[in-house]
Design a protein around this ligand. Sequence first.
Ligand SMILES: Nc1ncnc2c1ncn2[C@@H]1O[C@H](COP(=O)(O)OP(=O)(O)OP(=O)(O)O)[C@@H](O)[C@H]1O
Length: 266
Amino acid sequence: MISLSESSEKRPQLAVKVDDLSITYRTTFERKPTLKQALVRFGRGQRAVKEVEALKHISFEVKTGTAMGIIGHNGAGKSTLMRAMAGILPPTEGKIEVWGRASTLLALGVGFNNNLSGRENVILGGLAAGLSRREVEARAEEIAEWTELGDFMDLPMRTYSSGMFSRVAFSVAVHMEPDILMIDEALSTGDAHFREKANAKMEELRNSARAMFLVSHGLGSIKEMCNEVIWLDHGTLMMRGEPKEVVDAYMKFLKVKKSAATMEDI
Ligand SMILES: Nc1ncnc2c1ncn2[C@@H]1O[C@H](COP(=O)(O)OP(=O)(O)OP(=O)(O)O)[C@@H](O)[C@H]1O
């Protein structure tokens, strides 16, 4: 279960508590059948079920003021963990407690409508993030300005490059003033100018938000932005600690060297 608690009396020093969390996806699919199997299944209306254990018995606590990086290979469970903490995905087992409001624009721009303009999507994104109409109207202009996309903000988002799309999504996410800020791979998408601006904004938010989570394959950004790191491997928590210590252990495990590509210090 997920409980959102506004009260800071019980555990004022905590922002998030994850207790023995497991998440299993169940997906139905048609296995390549033999003719006989196909006929049998057709008759009974059966489909094969595949279960993916995306997270296995994860527990950790995050103190107020933490900027937590989450690293791990493709499919390790990073986005699943973020979605669970944001309340989008219910735990299969275990419990998550979040003190405050989490920003839910995780996979940046999910929920945007490509046929609407950037400006219209800012309003849509704001409402989806739980702001009132009045709050959205008050902030829409500032959010649009922050993207520095000029007249493009009035064109449908299907005409945007992926970097332009991320600018709008990132701008909406960081202007929601969440207690818990969650950012998934945001930094790798923008150009150098936008990355610098995004870094400065995140630094500002880190000071005002209760906690921040950053999922990234850019290990340089993780070291730069975070003061703690969690490393996931096949849904298991491998290590948690100081950014340098965890990133180094992860790189040693993967047997990769420090290069511009792994550290993303371009
Ligand atoms: N909606 C879904 N249905 C079924 N399986 C899923 C679903 N979403 C993710 N998975 C599976 O769960 C596991 C964890 O996926 P997740 O997206 O959390 O990984 P990740 O660490 O964020 O990966 P990446 O670095 O590639 O973004 C993977 O094995 C993936 O195939």
